[in-house]
Design a binder for this molecule. Structure first.
Ligand code: 26W
Length: 822
């Protein structure tokens, strides 16, 4: 064999890293070291890190292939990765040497870290969860591939103009990205549209044939995922849509050069932009095409690996590949795998269906009816005619088989269980297909899973009880503690050792420190440090001066009625009135901090943003209020801003209507960083309360059962309005011209409370919320008590590490062993 020269020095010494960075500045970027731009230094640093990580990625891939272990393939339309450099540095252990190397060259690592654009390829909780999972999968040495879309534009950038949200495109990779590597040899071709005919195989058996289709190409981009203190580097593989130029060859030859290029541009729109809707299904054709495009590319990739890697019968496919559906967005994978097995591999129906069920599992992330995906049958048939046929057959076998056996002759049961909703128009129910086409369906918190079984899928649960499992969400403690709060991370490590980073349950070792006054002082000093940093950010981006001695009250999440930012607003307006009426009242100064994007078409959500900004403008400039109350809405909330807000938060607002928030994950990040929760018994709040103890959390509001009862009795917000003077004054004030000079500005918000039935029960929970906030105020006035509670939150939320979550999936759903990469 020819001699392979040794690679350049990829060691971790400062000298080796310096020379890597300088080489990239000179030879990759073609710049002089003396005159390279800050961006050049950032790119060169990322590439020096990437060089060191890629070798482990190749090793991991080779080991996974050679050992023939089962792999998990995570299918998600969203990955909210945020910045990658700092995370990769901390996880790989290169942080100190890279910092040193740069500093010896006169460069400041911190400044470089902050210049990285966020990779914002997701809307909110679901996309960020996928990103945390990728981190944990590598950390836990599990063989995994994440599949998604290489969106050219991520979630829009948000600006406020006169207090109103304005959206701008997010060109996160206008200048390329040093983290992604194109893999043209794994490009895939995908069919769409067309019609179905028949063909006969060599044995004379008929098979469906999908013809006259349009074609798209998918180019994969790989992003290495570095785990903490592990040599496993998995990849996130994102597909970019391209035109199939061979297919268009005819048009080119006929001289329709411009027309051919127009087709090319249309093809490329498929991976152009992330849909910015969180929790409302839009039903748009392009969205279905996006879903099928990335699913077809990913499945073809998985099937290629199975066929090339082993010579095993198809029945062994599930022993090599598990596929997790992140909500129903990639659910078209079920009929797509059926299509491959039936039409391309000539399997019989029964064998193909068995393989599907053993391969797939599905995570549900929402109970909101408007978020449940349903595709109109007409649209589905046009885009994916063969898949619709398969869905009809799955449905027929299901209704005539298990459903008929369990409820003979019961047409009503068949109507509710059918994959096709026929209550008005015909729609494919993607959630039903997802439960049926896999072996496991999970909810993301204990309460959510219970409601899934009792309310969303009661009949499916009755038919297949063993299929339903709970797997409570978690977050990666590397990004959400180690990276965003290195000071607290060091204090913890100094106190209980390093073990918590790989086994978060060890954080319980901090319990005793809650009673140690010296520890509390240091803990409080760290919180104060982060509040000073955040105060500067607030000054720079909102022009508002806030005191770090005030209580920082934080609500950061997508803007949605069910999350009830407008309940928070009712409380603030109430406090504002109280301060004006009773200026001498002993009220600890408070800063209300919001971060939230509204879906561009969600009118009421935008009205709420405008109302909060207008309230902020009044309160912050009212000399009668002074420093007692400040309200700020930080623009363009996202992962990187969250990393600044969370360590600085004192109070975490988790105030959704009970039964509406599947889990929440911001609640976990905030509690971990020592913010106390004020929250309803919803989603994972229930389990957070169990872990931290009732004394260390502020729970208020109606329970799920009480919400149900109240609605059944006939909820009337007017009753609360007329029976509560403070509430009445608050709402009347919002409806007045006080805040903007125009009484109609917040009429939509005011009307939602009163005229439109207050669907999320803000008025019913209002007084309990105001009372809970008074308890918060009283507790905050006792700093030693407050800090003790905060420490106990940090100490007791180890359960919410995504490492635990991922281990639960590996044990209960995927049956995956850990595979250590040497
Ligand atoms: C197609 C429109 C659409 C888009 C996104 C519908 C639904 C979604 C997601 C399911 C919304 C989402 O992000 N859900 C959140 O998932 C988190 C992770 O499990 C949970 O913590 C949140 O409670 C849940 O709202």
């Amino acid at each position: 064999t020819p001699m392979t020269p040794a690679p350049c020095d990829l060691g971790n010494s400062t000298e080796a890293i310096k020379s890597s960075i300088v080489n990239h500045v000179r030879f990759t970027l073609g710049a002089y070291v003396d005159s390279a731009s800050p961006n050049d230094w950032w790119v060169a640093t990322c590439l020096a890190v990437r060089d060191r990580v890629m070798d482990s990625a190749t090793k991991s891939r080779t080991l996974h292939r050679k050992s023939g272990v089962r792999r998990i393939h995570y299918l998600s339309l969203e990955y909210l990765m945020g910045r990658l450099l700092e995370n990769n540095l901390r996880n790989s252990g290169l942080y100190d040497s890279v910092k040193q190397a740069l500093s010896e060259m006169g460069k400041d690592l911190d400044a470089l870290l902050q210049s990285e654009p966020d990779m914002g390829l997701g809307n909110g909780g679901l996309g960020r969860l996928a990103a945390c999972f990728m981190d944990s999968l590598s950390t836990m040495n599990l063989p995994a591939i994440g599949y998604g879309i290489h969106y050219e534009f991520g979630l829009f950038r948000q600006e406020f103009v006169n207090g109103r949200q304005v959206e701008h495109p997010d060109a996160w990779m206008r200048d390329g990205s040093p983290w992604k590597i194109a893999r043209p040899s794994y490009r895939q071709r995908v069919q769409l549209y067309g019609r179905v005919t028949q063909r006969f195989d060599e044995n004379g058996n008929p098979h469906a044939q999908w013809v006259d289709t349009k074609c798209l190409l998918g180019l994969p981009w790989d992003i290495p995922i570095v785990g903490y203190d592990s040599h496993t580097v998995n990849v996130l593989r994102l597909w970019q849509a391209q035109a199939d130029e061979d297919f268009n060859f005819k048009i080119f030859n006929e001289g329709s050069y411009i027309e051919a290029l127009r087709e090319k541009a249309i093809a490329e729109t498929v991976s152009k932009v992330l849909y910015p809707n969180d929790a409302t299904e839009s039903g748009k054709e392009l969205r279905l095409v996006q879903q099928y495009f990335f699913v077809a590319c990913s499945l073809a990739d998985i099937v290629r690996r199975f066929k090339n890697g082993y010579s095993l019968p198809w029945s062994e496919f599930p022993s090599k590949a598990a596929i997790q559906l992140n909500d129903t967005h990639p659910a078209v994978a079920i009929p797509e795998l059926m299509r491959i097995l039936l039409d391309e591999e000539n399997l019989d129906w029964g064998s193909a269906w068995k393989i599907c069920q053993e391969t797939f599992s599905y995570t549900n992330h929402t109970l909101l009816p408007e978020a449940l995906e349903m595709w109109s049958v007409g649209l589905f048939e046009r885009v994916l005619p063969r898949h619709l046929q398969i869905i009809y057959r799955i449905n027929a076998q299901f209704l005539d088989g298990p459903v008929e056996a369990r409820w003979p002759g019961d047409a009503a049961k068949k109507r509710v269980l059918s994959l096709i909703d026929e209550r008005g128009g015909k729609y494919v129910r993607m959630a039903h297909m997802s439960v049926l086409g896999g072996h496991a369906t999970n909810g993301v918190a204990a309460l959510h899973t219970r409601l899934l079984c009792e309310r969303l899928f009661p009949e499916f649960h009755e038919l297949f009880p063993e299929r339903f499992v709970n797997i409570t969400n978690g977050v990666t403690f590397r990004r959400w503690l180690d990276v965003c709060n290195p000071q607290l991370s060091s204090l913890i490590t100094e106190t209980i050792g390093e073990g918590w980073k790989k086994d978060a349950s060890k954080l319980r070792g901090l319990d005793a420190s809650a009673d140690d006054a010296g520890f509390r002082d240091r803990y409080r000093a760290i919180k104060r440090h982060h509040k000073v940093v955040l105060a500067k950010i607030i000054q720079d981006s909102c022009g508002v001066c806030v005191s770090p001695d005030a209580l920082f009250d934080v609500q950061i999440k997508r803007l949605h009625e069910y999350k009830r930012q407008h309940l928070n607003l009712l409380n603030i307006v109430t406090l504002y009135r109280q301060i004006l009426n009773n200026p001498k009242a002993d009220f600890h100064p408070r800063v209300f901090i919001f971060g939230a994007k509204a879906a561009p078409g969600y009118f009421l959500a935008k009205n709420i943003i405008h109302a909060i900004n207008s309230l902020a403008n009044k309160v912050n400039n009212d000399p009668r209020v002074g420093d007692k109350l400040k309200v700020v809405f930080l623009p363009n909330y996202g992962v990187s801003l969250a990393e600044k807000i969370i360590p600085a938060a004192d109070l975490s607002e988790q105030i959704s209507t009970a039964g509406k928030e599947a889990s929440g994950t911001g609640n976990m990040k905030l509690a971990l960083n020592g913010a106390l929760t004020i929250g309803t018994l919803d989603g994972a709040n229930v389990e957070i309360a169990e872990e931290v103890g009732d004394d260390n959390i502020f729970i208020f509001g109606l329970t799920v059962e009480q919400v149900t009862d109240l609605k059944a009795r006939g909820y009337n917000p007017w009753e609360y309005y007329w029976n509560n003077e403070a509430l009445r004054d608050t709402i009347d004030w919002i409806g007045s011209d006080y805040f903007t000079g125009h009484a109609h500005d917040f009429k939509p918000l005011r009307d939602s409370f009163l005229e439109h039935g207050d669907p999320y029960l803000c008025l019913a929970d209002y007084q309990m919320y105001v009372d809970a906030q008074a308890k918060v105020d009283a507790a905050y006035k006792q700093p030693e008590l407050w800090t003790k509670m905060a420490v106990l939150n940090t100490a007791r939320v180890g359960f919410f590490s995504s490492d635990r979550t991922i281990q639960d999936y590996a044990d209960k759903v995927w049956k995956l062993p850990q595979v250590a990469v040497p």
